[in-house]
Design a protein around this ligand. Structure first.
Ligand code: SF4
Length: 305
């Protein structure tokens, strides 16, 4: 029996589902029930009837699933799968940031720990960040931890001052203006699609800036045939796979072969099988943290409807 079959059998036996982020190794899709970005997967986690959620993603994502489904068992296939951006802020540094700018609503990117979310007013993803900040109707907003996503939101909403924490994604930071210029020369007919975690000098010269989901939707709907993708490799792998599968006749090129998040690639099919079989790597959270961080995520889900 193949590993894929073994995992699928275990899922049925244990009433488990596998939620997979688009940056994961593409072969994980073969055992996945849902594949998508953070917002979509959070919404699935909140509604599922499964007893076990295996989260093929990074630590903060599995924590979000636990916050939204506290009575379910949430498992992370490889416990080393962290997020360098989420690790750039902790409760103390957030409290200092808030103390420097008192009485201003605090928006945190979903790429943050449950403990950090518990100290913020509302959460957001890159899909809904602009909508969430706008809906607060506040002249000034604190945004953590991603300074570049915060800057991008500020650019989209010129009547709101967005004061950002100084975190960033080291993977998206590898994309340079020079890479964008080289891509333009090498692929003159291609559209360049970038994620707002990129440096603003990069986003400013892209043809389209959007979340993982928005990039994938734009690419699918566009009449163009060639695209350079300025985000994590998993997105390019899935787009090229779908182009072949559904005869789109489109080509997707990763802007630089190093745009790979090593934490996201930690999870393997073997890890998923072992984790589900032995029910290891369970995510646990203090009840008070669940309660407080849930308010932050629920507010996002409400405002993003
Ligand atoms: S790509 Fe960046 S933000 Fe996303 S999980 Fe990896 S380190 Fe974190």
């Amino acid at each position: 029996m193949s590993l894929v079959e073994k995992i699928n059998n275990l899922k049925k036996e244990k009433n488990a589902i596998i939620l997979t982020h688009c940056y994961q190794n593409v072969e994980i899709d073969e055992v996945s029930d849902y594949v998508g970005d953070s917002l979509y997967l959070s919404q699935v986690a909140a509604k599922t009837d499964a007893d076990i959620i295996v989260f093929a993603g990074v630590y903060f994502m599995a924590q979000s699933a636990k916050i939204l489904s506290p009575n379910k068992k949430v498992l992370l296939p490889n416990i080393q799968s962290g997020c360098a951006m989420a690790d750039m802020i902790d409760v103390n540094s957030l409290k200092n940031f808030k103390a420097k700018h008192p009485n201003i609503p605090v928006v945190c990117y979903i790429n943050s720990t449950a403990e950090v979310k518990a100290e913020c007013d509302v959460c957001c993803t890159s899909s809904n960040a602009v909508k969430i900040v706008r809906s607060l109707n506040a002249p000034r907003v604190l945004f953590a931890p991603d300074t570049y996503l915060g800057n991008w939101v500020a650019k989209e909403l010129d009547n709101v001052e967005v004061i950002t924490f100084n975190g960033f994604c080291p993977i998206h930071m590898r994309i340079r203006v020079e890479d964008m210029n080289n891509a333009r020369k090498q692929y003159p007919n291609a559209l360049i699609l970038a994620h707002p975690e990129c440096h603003h000098d990069v986003s400013n010269i892209a043809d389209f800036v959007g979340s993982t989901k928005e990039i994938m939707e734009f690419a699918r709907k566009s009449d163009n045939k060639q695209f350079v993708i300025a985000t994590e490799k998993g997105v390019v792998d899935r787009l090229n796979r779908d182009s072949k599968l559904y005869n789109w006749g489109k080509k997707f090129i990763l802007i630089d072969e190093n745009i790979i998040c090593p934490s996201m690639k930690n999870n393997t099919l073997e890890d998923i099988y072992e984790t589900l079989l032995n029910e290891t790597n369970e995510i646990t959270l203090d009840e008070e943290i669940i309660k407080k961080s849930r308010l932050c995520i629920d507010r996002m889900i409400e405002l993003s409807k």
